[in-house]
Design a protein around this ligand. Sequence first.
Ligand SMILES: Cc1cc2nc3c(=O)[nH]c(=O)nc-3n(C[C@H](O)[C@H](O)[C@H](O)COP(=O)(O)OP(=O)(O)OC[C@H]3O[C@@H](n4cnc5c(N)ncnc54)[C@H](O)[C@@H]3O)c2cc1C
Ligand SMILES: NC(=O)c1ccc[n+]([C@@H]2O[C@H](COP(=O)([O-])OP(=O)(O)OC[C@H]3O[C@@H](n4cnc5c(N)ncnc54)[C@H](O)[C@@H]3O)[C@@H](O)[C@H]2O)c1
Length: 471
Amino acid sequence: MSQILTPDLCVIGAGSGGLSVAAGAVQMGASVVLVERHRMGGDCLNYGCVPSKSLLAAAAAAEAMRQSGSFGVRPVEPGIDFAAVRRHVRDVIAGIAPHDSIERFTGLGVTVLLDHARFTGPDQVIAGGRRIRARRFVVATGSRPAIPPIPGLAEIPHLTNENVFDLAAPPRHLLVLGGGPIGCELAQAFRRLGSEVTVIDLGPILPKDDPELTAVVRERLLAEGVRLHERVRVVGAEPGPALVVESAAGRRRLDGSHLLVAVGRTPVIEDLGLEAAGIAFDRKGIKVDSRLRTTNARVFAIGDVAGGPQFTHLANHHASVVVKNALFRLPARATSAAIPRVTYTDPELAVVGTSEAEAKEQGLAHEVLRAPFADNDRARAERRTEGLVKLVVGKRGRVLGAGIVGAHAGELILPWVLALDRRLPLSAVAGVVTPYPTLSEASKRAAASWYAPRLFGGGTRRLVRLLARLG
Ligand SMILES: Cc1cc2nc3c(=O)[nH]c(=O)nc-3n(C[C@H](O)[C@H](O)[C@H](O)COP(=O)(O)OP(=O)(O)OC[C@H]3O[C@@H](n4cnc5c(N)ncnc54)[C@H](O)[C@@H]3O)c2cc1C
Ligand SMILES: NC(=O)c1ccc[n+]([C@@H]2O[C@H](COP(=O)([O-])OP(=O)(O)OC[C@H]3O[C@@H](n4cnc5c(N)ncnc54)[C@H](O)[C@@H]3O)[C@@H](O)[C@H]2O)c1
């Protein structure tokens, strides 16, 4: 007879979301069973954030050698030891892995099972030879690369985020299908590491972001030699590999040596017994309410499988919401207002809150404030003057949203996340003393530009003259 486990919480999937729930819950005194069928750490550690940012870091080191001429340092074309680049990527993963390991979680008191988990009823999961009857369940099974129904694509070898980091040599010519964050980040990384790269997208690249900001990324990608085919329809894939594309200019064939498919993600919901558990889902993922409860009151779903935006920090936020709901019965809700997103191309693109287009769509009274990096002394010193801070500001200076494109934009977005999350007024950023010379001054400058016409207007001048006359 199979062993029966009866923990407070059973978590399915040991990726960003599942690990955070398990670690939080066990340290708060709950008994936890965590089931993972493949690799501890999930996508982010093994095939996502960590390898992609490590590869981008190697690529940035190479590019710095090419771009040093403007500092009086003779530029050179770097020699790329791709095997060593791959070792660097693996070494970074290995350095972080202990934090997500079975040993660490077992040490915390979590029972970790390495098996495929499946619901067999509304209150029971089986994993290997075990039955788990938990008080609450959390589904955190993540997502996998979507493969579009392009004729011929399934028949030819192609890369996805799950094997692109295993390449032993740089592709001679990488075709990248999809110019979202994955496509753009990896296109730039491989280009800088010596590959020819062609990106193909049915719309513009980075379509979820403000075109004024993505234009800066596009310009840089083109300047570095990435070929972009935007607003084209891919009608076929052929051995080679090659993609046949159609656009207003007609039909043409794009040849490469490797093909990377990066057209979005599919939630991992198959073979989970969701029907047996009464958990509703559609092709976007498991349906949840704002407290991340599924249609089965015992079961929560978090992270990529929950159908919303797909980020590690969002999965972590979901985990904290679930711990509050499941353990403390608090009606905590997931927020979407202050969830930032960063695309780690160079220049980086970081956004939070309402964009200009969304403010228009929603009919919100708003003003747009801008501070170009070209006016920032630190950016000039570092010769990184491309980019800007763009703010969307509502009535009485309420911060509605912020977008930054430029060097280190991902680091620079935090004051705006804080402003939105804590509902701080614009003056909170405009009024602080910012160290000189820093890129952060661009945020302060954009914020201060809201006050300038009000402060330096006729009223202030009249008041100053009046006070002067009074002695
Ligand atoms: C190339 C790439 C780069 C990315 N870069 C970033 C970035 O820079 N910043 C960012 O915030 N996000 C980034 N992301 C997104 C981020 O990786 C995901 O949003 C995040 O990993 C989602 O976490 P999760 O816990 O929902 O799922 P996952 O991390 O995918 O974990 C799910 C786990 O569940 C397991 N599982 C599935 N089904 C079962 C089952 N039936 N039984 C047992 N176990 C199961 C899987 O094996 C997996 O380990 C990137 C993604 C990719 C692909
Ligand atoms: N820096 C980060 O935080 C980061 C990095 C990488 C991935 N991610 C997450 O992973 C998710 C998946 O990323 P992604 O880039 O694969 O997906 P995405 O959905 O963000 O972008 C997919 C791109 O592919 C294009 N596309 C779709 N179908 C196509 C087709 N048939 N032919 C040509 N182009 C097509 C779309 O127009 C879009 O530009 C993202 O939503 C993001 O949340 C985050």
